[in-house]
Design a protein around this ligand. Structure first.
Ligand SMILES: [Zn+2]
Ligand SMILES: [Zn+2]
Length: 376
């Protein structure tokens, strides 16, 4: 609703149909992100405005910033956000003002074929280059990466994308459930269907890989191989449930996994990106085994698979967002965090203010941080 009154906090001056806010704007491929004052329009029917508390920097934010693939410039990146519902539009029933939420990037339109067949993670409405007019710089509508754009102080999202957080989980830490944790956990538990007693290999021990390792441990996997060149990350993987640590320095990781698993694992999760690692994951699984590719790569990247392997009932499958429906899966993950089963604290940080957002991207790209966060 239009209003020209002064906001009681003094920091946000309302203007007709929206509020003033700040966001990290990326104007072109590889250009540094610039913190700028923007207008965030009021939530419409079925929408809520979220005051963002924290936004994790995910590998796909880094990827699209570096490559420009599928991005509409100028854009606001960030798709792993948590925050507090500050205003609700007409007809909103799922959440209320003041509620703590984790934002889902799956739009869950409810109308497309994927949504109607229960595979909402494949919702046709998901966009990397959407521009819905809710975030405006000057007179220019900003591109919204994955319909979230969490690197803004305020965002407008569908009420279906604002998943209420339980009291026992820290709001800022829970942002990782918005993408990385769900992607890794779901890749193992939902897409990969990991079962008790199975042997599992996880390639890449970032936020996604470490979450997959935790899913395998919680499911009762017998052996969990963590593969990463970084020994500190392998130590963390062991804390989270990995039983075997594998680095390329030890020789061919595939041979090592095959030897120590007596012929190959039941499930391999690739959480790095790139054809070479996907092939390693595929080669690590035994006949009848499943290899799941999660890592984002350039759109023209290829992988070659010997067809004869498929005759051994081996499969290679992709996974997006852990095949998860956020409305169903986020609450399960909140519960696991509350019970101390799922570790998030060691995945997140270091933290940066919005002004240092470029340093947060650098921390991820250099490998210094698993999940740098911008804290608002
Ligand atoms: Zn849909
Ligand atoms: Zn992500």
């Amino acid at each position: 609703m239009a209003s020209n009154s002064t906001d009681s906090s003094g920091s946000e001056k309302k203007k007709a149909g929206g509020i003033r806010s700040r966001a990290a704007v990326v104007h072109e491929t590889n250009a540094p992100l610039v913190v700028e004052e923007i207008t965030v329009r009021d939530p419409g029917p079925g929408e809520v405005r979220v005051r963002v508390a924290a936004c994790g920097i995910c590998a796909s934010d880094l990827h699209v910033w570096r490559t420009g693939e599928g991005l509409a410039f100028p854009a606001v990146l960030g798709h792993e956000a948590s925050g507090i519902v500050e205003a609700v539009g007409p007809e909103v029933t799922a959440v209320c003002e003041g509620q703590r939420v984790v934002v889902a990037w799956v739009p869950r339109c409810g109308r497309c074929g994927a949504c109607r067949s229960g595979r909402v993670h494949l919702c046709a409405a998901v966009r990397t280059d959407g521009s819905d007019g809710s975030l405006v710089l000057g007179d220019q509508s900003l591109g919204r990466y994955m319909s979230v754009s969490g690197l803004a102080e305020h965002i407008v999202v569908s009420e279906r994308a604002a998943i209420p957080l339980v009291d026992g989980v820290d709001l800022e830490t829970a942002c990782t459930i918005g993408c990385g944790v769900t992607t890794g956990y779901g890749a193992a538990s939902i897409t990969g269907g990991v079962r008790s007693g199975e042997q599992v290999a996880v390639f890449g021990c970032g936020c996604v890989g470490l979450s997959a390792i935790q899913a395998a441990r919680i499911a009762g996997a017998r052996k969990i191989f963590a593969v990463d060149p970084n020994r500190e990350r392998l130590a963390l993987a062991a804390e989270m449930g990995a039983t075997h640590r594998v680095t390329p320095d030890d020789g061919n990781p595939v041979k090592k996994i095959q030897t120590e698993s007596d012929g190959g694992v039941d499930l391999a999760i690739e959480a790095v990106g790139g054809g070479a690692i996907v092939r390693q994951a595929f080669d690590s699984v035994a006949p009848g085994g499943r290899a799941i590719s999660v890592g984002l790569t350039r759109f023209d990247e290829q992988v070659e698979i010997p067809l004869v392997s498929l005759l051994l009932d081996k499969s290679l499958r992709g996974s997006i967002h852990g095949s998860a429906d956020p409305i169903v899966e986020f609450p399960k993950l909140f519960g696991l965090v509350e019970q101390g089963e799922l570790e998030l604290d060691k995945l997140v940080g270091p933290d940066f203010p919005l002004e240092k957002v470029n340093d947060a991207f650098e921390a991820l790209e250099s490998g210094r941080a698993i999940r740098p966060r911008v804290i608002f």
